[in-house]
Design a protein around this ligand. Structure first.
Ligand SMILES: Nc1nc2c(ncn2[C@@H]2O[C@H](COP(=O)(O)OP(=O)(O)OP(=O)(O)O)[C@@H](O)[C@H]2O)c(=O)[nH]1
Ligand SMILES: [Mg+2]
Length: 416
């Protein structure tokens, strides 16, 4: 991919130094405490148009006003206007329109492939983030508009796992509140959030955005009061005949299933537009960070330990297999080389080789013996036939010469 190679991310984008992180390094130099702190990574995930990018900008300006500028990553290759300046921008590396052309893909395929290409270099991205980790409090990550491109793709998982295994990470699931007032849409959104939570297993925050347009109280009520949700379904979920629609009874059952999920969730309401709810959002992030330390990190360590043990076991098995193969091939080679000799390493194989050697030995010897007997017989018969014949002239050669020499016990002459 020429464009990708051309744009390579070998050097940190220049905006990094000119942007917010420049002041963050100043912060680091002014405070010795800050050198030891660990930032928290906020992964902004949400349906298309839910307000991820606008919220990123709001968080960025809020943090700047608190004198704690964040480090920003943009993973959306298709964003045309970004209201903030990112420290690392996927668009500096991959041009998704070029990817679409080169790979003959549609817009979503182009975005996915661009993300895949970017993921191949994510170790370098992570190295940049880690380098700044000591000097920032927050790392903000914007994700592609098509949620499934990030949440259900291999590259999305790789990126999430790589970040989460390096720094405390929380998922901020952004919801378009005004578009969630229908009970069925609300349930679809909750199911999606639930699936992401169980997929990533990371501390999770439900962020009801756009509360300037529609307050999120109804959503909180539906989450904590099954009856209230049921009442909303009763009111809005009936068909023209007044019958409970099929989807409504499904939603009703689902809300009972999700009860456990709701109980363990943090939910906050914000407005990326007005900045309302920022305090609640950051308190939720702090709580989630603690949860990362107490729940996710030990689990991560346990998994890492398990993986290490598995890898060790695998390595041992492979080594044993190689040793076995080597012993077998050495045995075969030594049999080929010296079928009669003892094997220096393996007693059992010794015996086998000896036995086998004996077999070959006796067989070959028998053959040689047979040939010698035949020759002797022939010689004897010839002696008898040639008994009356005159002794040939010395050096006469030919068969007569051979016979003559043979009789005198001399070596066989070279045939002329
Ligand atoms: N009223 C209001 N509008 C908002 C708010 N947040 C975002 N918007 C609007 O919602 C629209 C989508 O916002 P974006 O930030 O582009 O949403 P996004 O999730 O990044 O969109 P994609 O990346 O395309 O998925 C824009 O028109 C924003 O102005 C909010 O808090 N209140
Ligand atoms: Mg966006």
């Amino acid at each position: 991919m020429t464009d990708f190679e051309h744009h390579g991310i070998m050097a940190e984008p220049s905006s990094t130094d000119a942007g917010p992180s420049a002041s963050s390094s100043q912060n680091a130099s002014t405070s010795t405490d800050q050198a030891e702190k660990t930032p928290v990574v906020i992964l902004c995930i949400g349906m298309a148009g839910s307000g991820k990018t606008t919220l990123m900008q709001r968080l960025n300006s809020h943090l700047h006003s608190r004198n704690t500028p964040p480090y920003i990553l943009n993973l959306d290759p298709a964003v045309s206007h970004m209201p903030y300046s990112a420290n690392i921008d996927i668009r500096d590396t991959v041009d998704y329109k070029e990817v679409m052309k080169q790979y003959n893909l549609g817009p979503n395929g182009g975005i996915l492939t661009a993300l895949n290409l970017f993921t191949t270099k994510f170790d370098q991205v992570l190295a940049f983030v880690e380098k700044r980790a000591a000097s920032v409090d927050y790392v903000l990550v914007d994700t592609p508009g098509q949620i499934e491109i990030f949440t259900w793709s291999a590259s999305g998982s790789i990126i999430t796992d790589a970040i989460a295994s390096s720094l405390p990470t929380v998922v901020a699931y952004i919801i378009d509140t005004p578009r969630t007032t229908a009970p069925a849409t609300f349930m679809s959104n909750m199911l999606y959030a639930c699936s992401i939570l169980y997929k990533t297993r990371l501390p999770f925050i439900l962020v009801f955005n756009k509360i300037d347009v529609e307050p999120h109280d109804f959503a909180i009520e539906w989450m904590h009061d099954f009856q209230a949700y049921q009442a909303a379904l009763d009111e809005k979920g009936r068909d023209e005949q007044g019958e409970m629609a099929y989807t409504s009874s499904l939603m009703s059952s689902m809300s009972l299933v999700l009860d456990e999920f709701y109980n363990n969730l943090r939910a906050v309401g914000v407005s990326a537009m007005t900045g309302e709810g920022m305090k609640d959002f950051f308190s939720a992030v702090e709580e989630a960070k603690k949860e990362y330390e107490t729940d996710y990190k030990p689990e991560l360590a346990r998994l890492a330990e398990e993986r290490k043990a598995k890898a060790e076991e695998e390595k041992k098995n492979q080594l044993e297999k190689v040793m076995r193969d080597m012993t077998m091939s050495e045995g075969a080679a030594s049999r080929r080389k010296n079928p009669f000799g003892p094997h220096p390493r393996n007693e059992r194989e010794d015996r086998y080789l000896d036995d086998e050697g004996d077999d070959i030995d006796s067989e070959e010897e028998r053959e040689i013996q047979r040939q010698m007997e035949e020759e002797e017989e022939m010689e004897h018969a010839e002696d008898l036939d040639a008994g009356d014949m005159a002794e040939p002239e010395p050096g006469a050669g030919g068969v007569a010469g051979v016979q003559s020499q043979s009789r005198t016990g001399m070596s066989w002459p070279t045939p002329r």
